[in-house]
Structure formats: C-alpha cells, structure tokens
Design a protein around this ligand. Structure first.
Ligand code: ADP
Ligand code: MG
Length: 250
C-alpha cells in the first residue's frame, strides 16, 4: 500500500530525512517512534505530499505521489492532480483543526462536498455513519467547543473516514489530549486497525504499538534505525539507541 524509496528531505541546512526506505502492506499498522525532531512528522507529510521530498519516491497504492510517469520520464503534477492523489489518504494531526463554526456533522461533511464535489444527502448518511463509528452518533449537532478534546479528535478521525480513505496517517493523535481522554481515541484507532485499514501511526503510546502495531519503526536523526515486528522490537531491540529510547519512555 505504501512504498517509500530513498526519501530525502532538506530544510535549509538541515537534512531532516536522510534516505528512508519503508514498505507498508495493505491492512498493516506501522507505528513510528523516535525522539522529537527525528523527522517522523516530515516522513508522514511526505507520504501525502504535504511536503515535497528532495529526493526519493513515494508510492501509495501503486501511485507515484507528485508525478506522472511516462516513458521512463517523470513529469510534475499540478496542485489539482496532487490533491486528487491525496484524496484516498486520510490524515489525523495532533491538533484536530476542526472548523469551530461548524457542527461535528458539518465538519465531517465538508471535505466530501467541497473537495470531492459529492451530493449532500449521500454525504450526510456517510458522515453520520462515520460519527457513529467513532462513538459520536449522538453528538452530530455539537460544536467543537461543546466537545472534549478526545471527542474532537474522534470527529477529526470521522472527518478523514468520510473521504473513504485506503490509507490513514496519524501524527501523534493523542499527544495533545488529557490522559483520561486518550483511551477513547486509541479504541477508535484499534477498531479501525481491526477493520483492516492500512495505517501509519506516529505515537508515543508504546502500549498501542505493542497491541495494535504490526510493525514498529524507530527513527533517529532522519534515519530508520530499526524496524521489525512490533512486539519483537519492543521486547528485544537490536540497536542500542532503540533500547535506550525505549528504556526512557517505558
Ligand atoms: P518529529 O516529528 O520527529 O518531531 P519533524 O519531522 O517535525 O520531527 O521535524 C524534523 C526536523 O525538521 C526538526 O528539526 C524541525 O525543526 C525541522 N522542520 C520540520 N518542518 C520544517 C519546516 N517546514 N521548515 C523548517 N524546518 C522544519
Ligand atoms: Mg512530529
């Protein structure tokens, strides 16, 4: 579902991604951990082309992100074409960024109508289902300020689901939440994983990685230091840096 080949990203004088190679199979949950500043968010943002890599390729479901391939040559896509490539990729951020002046339902309906140009009544049914799926079927008419942080994050997940994604990217989705609200969001993500969704999850929730993650990637200084079966990496890290990081967070 995702193939990342030789990915590099530079910001100014900072070489933030230094040659990342990763594959995520369909239905797999890949968790990404690592110290702050190691490039985890940049990696996710390169997958859906919120950042443009300086080198390397990203394929999502066989589609080369950002380019059209023609007779062994690459042609840059226009923003509109990139937006179309991005459509099957849902992303959930640390900050939920809901529209404050819209209800939960309106937030979830917004992208399918505005971005995908779908008909309102079809979208409404799907949006209600998405909110039911995240446990907020009876909060459709609530505004973000009337919802807890955890509920807002679940609306953000429903908003991504309403676009019927084939891949979901999560960038520290529970880091901004009060501890007692983390569990409900992780439950929704667990259910999503069990339903067969392909997911890349940047998280500090090691318990989630152990329980739900198929694969675990440890990043440091823009490189994949270690990657493997989530439970094996957690129990028996091969790289001393991974071991030190896990000792510090567990
Ligand atoms: P992580 O998510 O692992 O904490 P990030 O991918 O956010 O790491 O950032 C990696 C490095 O790249 C950091 O040093 C950060 O300051 C830098 N960085 C990220 N985005 C930008 C940007 N848009 N412009 C300049 N530097 C950036
Ligand atoms: Mg980050």
């Amino acid at each position: 579902m995702v193939e990342i080949v030789g990915l590099h990203k530079v910001f100014g004088s900072q070489h933030v991604l230094q040659g990342i190679d990763l594959e995520v199979n369909a239905g797999e949950v890949m968790c990404v951990i690592g110290p702050s500043g190691s490039g985890k968010s940049t990696l996710l943002r390169c997958v859906n082309r919120l950042e443009i890599p300086d080198a390397g390729r990203v394929y999502v479901d066989g589609v080369l992100m950002g380019y059209r391939e023609k007779r062994d040559r690459l042609y840059d896509l226009r923003p509109k074409e990139i937006a179309a490539q991005r459509r099957p990729i849902g992303m959930v951020f640390q900050r939920f960024n809901l529209f404050q002046n819209m209800t939960a339902l309106e937030n979830v309906m917004e992208a399918p109508i505005r971005v995908a140009g779908e008909a309102k009544d079809i979208v409404r049914d799907r949006a209600v289902s998405a909110l039911e799926r995240v446990g907020l079927g009876n909060h459709c008419d609530h505004y973000p300020l009337q919802l807890s942080g955890g509920q807002q994050q679940r609306v953000a997940i429903a908003r991504a689901l309403a676009m019927q994604p084939r891949l979901m990217l999560f960038d520290e989705p529970t880091s901004a939440l009060d501890p007692e609200l983390v569990g409900d969001v992780l439950d929704v993500m667990r259910e999503l994983a069990q339903s067969g969704m392909t997911m890349m999850v940047v998280t500090h929730e090691i318990g989630f990685a152990r329980e739900v993650g198929d694969r675990l990637v440890f990043m440091a200084d823009g490189r994949v230091v270690e990657s493997g079966d989530a439970r094996e990496v957690l129990e028996n890290p091969q790289n001393p840096r991974t071991a030190r990081f896990l000792d510090a967070v567990l």
